[in-house]
Design a protein around this ligand. Structure first.
Ligand SMILES: *Cc1c(COP(=O)(O)O)cnc(C)c1O
Length: 378
């Protein structure tokens, strides 16, 4: 029985060549040649004001919280159905994540629930593009404009996805990507902060380089290099950037390979959906996605857990997520919810993620489909 893993990080074959180049250049710390190339790739490919490589999407979210001036007691509206980093970035600034429910179709933040959650302390809205499918950013940006709020995209899963023809990561003031090994393009750990509001670019580079004006000094726009603001060491080393550059060059191919498997699953499960035994992902017509994730929603938590168990017995690894942040111990301590989170709770109990990676064989996908069908039964 061949094991079908949930994820298998893609390798292009050029990573080692580019790593050798780092050794040849003897340029190991951050902000060197490969960092420049990656940042230029992101900036040009997405059409952003600027792009900064970081050590993780988590780091990018933390930078965003600093750039949005989140301070003690400030509130940021976000979904509870997300990874912990979305909320942690705010909690680290002593701010308060305020959770609202998600849409039952895309599982993204329900934009119609945001306005009711706004208080005098609200500073920002953070939308997550779940499964690489964009949240309703036009509506979210309109609310933010009316209340003077910053908008942050947690675009960790959404590299090269689009919304009304615009790139994910360019739909707000600040956006955060992840290059963790579980994402479509990876450098082990890694991330990027995309700055779309041009007035935030200079400060973003200061925060990135430990609160110093090193960039202005390098560009010759100041004659002394000094500590000017708060900041940290958010930049990755050139070793990370070299691996990432090899991967970015193949980003389109990786996404296409993932989408082929995604489509195969989608067709394969149409029969089970017609019998109302599962619900498949829904992609709005104004969105294109990058094949990041294929999930199914089962009828109940019990049937979901049984399916996970059954697949595991056949050496197919299919996990669930997320434990909603509002029900986690730290979520109860540091955050609050606004309104019912009924969809979040239901989805979190019924969702299963299927194996999906670039280079996955159609036969492996068919095996997954066959086992799900056999178990849920005709
Ligand atoms: C993966 C992920 C993150 C964290 O990314 P890291 O690069 O591991 O820090 C944050 N938010 C979402 C929605 C993610 O999927």
């Amino acid at each position: 029985m061949t094991r079908i893993p949930f994820n298998k990080p893609p390798i292009t074959g050029r990573e080692l060549e580019y790593l050798a180049k780092v050794f040849e250049l003897r340029e190991f710390s951050g902000n060197g040649t490969f960092t420049d190339w990656c940042q230029a790739w992101l900036k040009n490919r997405l059409g952003a004001a600027d792009a900064l490589l970081t050590q993780s999407c988590t780091a990018s979210l933390e930078m965003s919280a600093v750039l949005a001036n989140i301070g003690p007691g400030d509130e940021v509206i976000m979904p509870s159905f997300t990874f912990v980093s979305t909320a942690n970035a705010i909690v680290l600034r002593h701010g308060v994540p305020v959770f609202v429910d998600i849409r039952p179709d895309t599982l993204n933040i329900d934009e119609t629930k945001i306005e009711a959650a706004i208080t005098a302390k609200t500073k920002a809205i953070c939308a997550v593009h779940y499964a690489g499918i964009c949240a309703e950013m036009d509506v979210i940006n309109d609310i933010a404009r009316r209340y003077g709020l910053t908008v942050i995209e947690d675009a960790a899963q959404a590299l090269l996805s689009s919304y009304h023809g615009r790139q994910a990561g360019t739909l707000s003031d600040l956006a955060c990507f992840s290059f963790h090994e579980t994402k479509n393009v990876m450098s082990g750990e890694g991330g990027a902060l995309i700055v779309n509001d041009p007035t935030l670019v200079e400060r973003a580079f200061v925060i990135w380089e430990k609160g110093t004006n090193r960039r202005a000094f390098k560009l010759g726009t100041t004659d002394k290099y000094t500590w000017v603001d708060c900041g940290s060491s958010f930049l990755p080393s050139e070793l990370t950037a070299a691996v990432l550059f090899a991967q970015l060059e193949q980003a389109e191919r990786f996404n296409a390979e993932r989408c082929a498997i995604w489509d195969r699953y989608h067709t394969g499960f149409s029969g089970l959906e017609a019998k109302e035994l599962v619900r498949r992902p829904i992609v709005p017509t104004h969105c294109t996605h990058n094949g990041h994730l294929y999930y199914l929603l089962l009828k109940s938590e019990t049937s979901r857990n049984r399916l996970i168990e059954q697949l595991r017995k056949n050496d197919i690894w299919a996990p669930f997520h997320y434990i909603p942040l509002h029900s986690a111990p730290a979520g109860q301590r540091y955050a609050r919810s606004n309104g019912s989170l009924e969809v979040t709770d239901r989805v979190s109990g019924c969702l299963i993620r299927l194996p999906l990676y670039a280079g996955m064989s159609p036969e492996a996908a068919d095996k997954v489909i066959d086992h799900v069908e056999a178990h849920l039964g005709s």
